[in-house]
Unconditional design. Structure first.
Length: 572
């Protein structure tokens, strides 16, 4: 994605760069000129010519608990023509509310109103705040190549190095880190000193060293809430916090920002109109009584995750090239970095089986085990009668069922495959299958690759224009009977397989915002329309699901259900 988006951006094709980075453009500049004037359209086009959608995707906030998916339902304001009154915003929306949904982004031009921020709890996975507007207009280093080199300073570094690193990217040793306050004249060392205080749990000392007034009084809420405990667990960029807030205040016109914390408290950041000084406190929060108008963007308060990766020994060559160049000025001269790695091709795994070590590996699209056909037939019969299996047979069952333990190598390979599906990397998925990975795999939620086709689907948003729409049509041809769908069916995958929520691939495609074209392809492959699935534990028919989601583009499905299974429509 990075390679393709960069190539198109350097060729002057910003629209093609967005298409490569899976960013749907919902406007055209001619329409912007008609609505807002040629001056506004020219200013927005100037920003788009320097827009690196792959860099923006790299920096977007991710969900917690180690997941790689982007926080849903966020609005990222990128900028607006400053010289024109009432000019529209150039802004981006992150994926819809689904934690595990498609990772497509949408780029817009228009007005951005104040949102009603509220907590969305995914009963199985996480909680996140929906409809949050994050203003990145003062954080152009996260998306504008003209400012990408500012990243080192914006994360607390100086002219020669980033915090905790030498200029060539090697981590500083414990002996090289400061043991006393080095002063602000050495920004990188000062950032290290304050960060170490914070990481050791000395929150008050860390805030004091950074010159931030911390109010430690607990808010008046029903539960015990210790501000020091809350702030100790946040990866705060304390030495940059005041500067970032003042930078943001210059574009927003306010010196008060807030962060929602759970459903009953908020963290309030205030400059109070003073030239210097920042106050932080935790206050009571109730929906509809926000303590300030503007949410403080994560990019302004969070420590740069790339720094933590490099401190832990992550290879610098696997950073985004623009991030690599900005953070490691002493290493950039050694040549262009390799960038994030491609798919890891499958490796054999050693398994303890019947007192011996056996090697299993992928071969011709199946997990090959060193047992004769007779042994495998006998083991299959034993399992059919309820007998327990072990060794190679148990591993193969775990691979195809999603239940049971896998050896580390196979567990990693399964994660690699499903992560690439999750992020829409169709070429990477095909490369792994071409290398022999068994496509009959299921994940821990018992989903097959058929259940996840909608994640590789380019989408059906009618607002998407031009080249992106043409490329979406081309991509769909790789998902139909002549492409991945047909390949999976030929490998023996069940078109009506159920996952742990009793969803079929057709149900998953509709629920996951899959396009009408993908739904048609599944129907053409024989998918049943009379099977129900679960939504938050409640059974839904396809007819009810389509009505609930407001999918008017799928009227052809509901019409067919009403003709062939009228009892399902009448149940509603």
């Amino acid at each position: 994605m990075i390679d393709q988006a960069t190539e198109r951006r350097l060729a002057g094709d910003w629209h093609g760069a967005c298409a490569a980075a899976n960013v749907d453009v919902t406007f055209d500049l001619a329409g912007v000129a008609d609505a807002y004037g040629a001056e506004v359209a020219a200013a927005i086009e100037d920003d788009l010519c320097s827009f690196a959608p792959d860099l923006l995707r790299w920096h977007l906030p991710r969900l917690d608990r180690g997941r790689t998916t982007i926080v849903p339902d966020q609005v990222m304001i990128l900028g607006r023509p400053a010289e024109v009154s009432d000019a529209p915003y150039l802004y981006l929306r992150t994926p819809r509310w689904m934690v595990h949904g498609p990772q497509r982004l949408r780029l817009h031009v228009g007005s951005v109103g104040r949102q009603n921020t509220y907590l969305e709890t995914d009963w199985a996975y996480s909680a996140f705040w929906r409809n949050v507007v994050q203003d990145w207009s003062g954080s152009r280093h996260l998306w504008d190549v003209r400012h990408a080199g500012d990243l080192r300073e914006r994360c607390g570094g100086d002219r020669t190095r980033a915090p905790f690193l030498h200029g060539d990217g090697t981590p500083r040793t414990v002996q090289e880190l400061p043991t006393a306050d080095p002063g602000r004249a050495d920004p990188a060392s000062f950032t290290e000193w304050v960060t170490l205080l914070h990481e050791r749990g000395d929150v008050q000392a860390a805030f004091a060293a950074a010159g931030i007034d911390l109010d430690t009084a607990p808010p008046d809420v029903e539960v015990d809430l210790d501000p020091l405990d809350v702030l100790a667990r946040m990866p705060l960029a304390l030495t940059r916090l005041e500067a970032e807030i003042r930078h943001l205040a210059a574009s927003t016109g306010t010196g008060r920002f807030w962060l929602p914390y759970r459903q009953y408290a908020a963290i309030l950041f205030e400059t109070d109109g003073r030239d210097t000084g920042l106050r932080v406190r935790i206050v009571e929060f109730e929906m509809g009584t926000e303590p300030a108008d503007t949410v403080l963007p994560e990019a302004c308060w969070r420590r740069l995750p790339d720094l933590d990766l490099l401190r832990d020994g992550h290879p610098p060559e696997q950073l985004h090239p623009l991030v690599h160049e900005a953070l490691l000025p002493g290493r950039a001269a050694h040549g262009a970095p390799a960038g994030p790695p491609g798919p890891e091709l499958p490796q054999p795994a050693r398994i303890r089986c019947r007192g011996e070590w056996h090697e299993v590996s992928f071969r011709d699209g199946a997990l090959d085990i060193p047992h004769s056909a007779q042994e495998q037939q006998r083991e299959a019969a034993m399992r059919a009668f309820g007998g327990a299996t072990a060794g190679c047979f148990a591993v193969r069952h775990a691979w195809t069922s999603g239940s049971g333990r896998l050896p580390k190598v196979l567990r990693h390979q399964r994660g690699e495959l499903f992560a690439r599906v999750q992020h829409g990397d169709l070429p990477g998925v095909l490369r792994l299958l071409d290398a022999g990975v068994d496509p009959r795999v299921r994940d821990s939620r018992r989903r097959t690759l058929l259940h996840m086709l909608h994640l590789l689907d380019p989408g059906a948003d009618p607002r998407v224009r031009g080249r992106r729409r043409r490329e979406a049509a081309h991509r769909l041809r790789h998902l139909d009977h002549d492409g991945l769908l047909g390949r999976l069916l030929a490998a023996g995958l069940d078109i009506d397989a159920r996952d742990e929520e009793q969803r079929t691939p057709l149900f998953a495609a509709i629920c996951g915002d899959g396009s009408a074209a993908l739904v048609q392809a599944l129907l053409a492959a024989g998918a049943r329309i009379d099977l129900t699935g679960e939504v938050h534990g409640e059974p839904f028919s396809l007819h009810r699901l389509i009505a609930w989601l407001g999918r008017d583009d799928l009227d052809f499905v509901t019409d067919r259900i009403e003709r062939e299974h009228p009892e399902l429509a009448e149940e509603e």
